[in-house]
Design a protein around this ligand. Structure first.
Ligand SMILES: [Zn+2]
Length: 249
């Protein structure tokens, strides 16, 4: 069996959906990109019963192989991997606060700087379509433009990242933001951060943590480019991309 460690990590991440309260029972699903396709949790199996061989491989044409059928929501996983090169792992869940906002078709606006953690100035909510449909995939991809997470109307949330840990932690962050936003709304309508303030936060995020050393190296090699906003960014390279760019194929 190939990718044993990744399969175990998918199960660990799926169990974390239960532990963090992101999803109860077998709801939600987790996947990770591998060569030629991706691995995804099977349909309808409780996470605590999952074993490594139960994780389903699906190729980029949507053909599944394994003892179980893939999650009934495999289609948007496939389409995100096709469209977003930076997506290496995806977490989908139905947590209470994010789903409650999504039932009102509400996006999460720039009420707090941490909204930028999803890659943009807000976290959009995509239109409702039934699960598993190409229409839902299309709506999800649109809401994810320049973002690594979105809400799904009358459904839940999706987050992706460089690996399973990052995808899970972004999903948790979005749920926390949804909760905080609802607490704020109970007290009144918050004043939102301006576009310029959010651009500043996004710039700080891009040059923080994992990216910090890469950006420093880049700055030493290449001249800085000044964008229309007046904020200067290091010149882009293959490893450093503005997250509001569409990834493309
Ligand atoms: Zn779902």
């Amino acid at each position: 069996m190939r990718h044993i460690d990744l399969r175990e990590n998918i199960i660990k991440t799926a169990l974390s959906l239960n532990e963090t309260g992101l999803s109860a029972g077998a709801s939600g699903n987790v996947s990770a990109r591998v060569e030629g396709g991706f691995l995804i949790t099977p349909s309808g199996v409780k996470y605590h019963k999952l074993r490594a061989p139960d994780i389903v491989f699906m190729d980029m044409q949507g053909n599944a192989s394994g003892d179980f059928v893939p999650s009934s929501e495999w289609r948007f996983h496939l389409d995100i991997y096709k469209q977003r090169r930076s997506a290496k792992a995806i977490v989908h869940a139905h947590p209470a606060y994010a789903t409650a906002l999504a039932c009102l078709n509400k996006s999460i606006p720039a009420f707090l700087y941490m909204v930028a953690a999803a890659g943009g100035k807000d976290i959009r909510c995509c239109r409702y379509h039934p699960f598993g449909t190409p229409e839902l995939s299309e709506a999800v991809l649109e809401a994810l433009l320049g973002r690594k997470a979105c809400l799904m109307s009358h459904h839940g949330l999706i987050a992706f990242g460089d690996n399973l840990e990052k995808a899970l932690s972004l999903a948790v962050e979005v749920e926390v933001l949804a909760k905080q936003y609802q607490l704020v709304l109970q007290m009144g309508e918050p004043e939102l951060l301006s576009d310029k303030e959010m651009e500043d936060v996004l710039h700080r995020f891009w040059t923080y943590g994992d990216n910090a050393q890469k950006v420093e190296d880049e700055k030493r090699r290449k001249p800085r480019k000044v964008w229309k906003s007046g904020i200067s960014y290091p010149k882009r390279s293959t490893f450093y991309r503005r997250p509001d760019e569409k990834d493309g194929m």
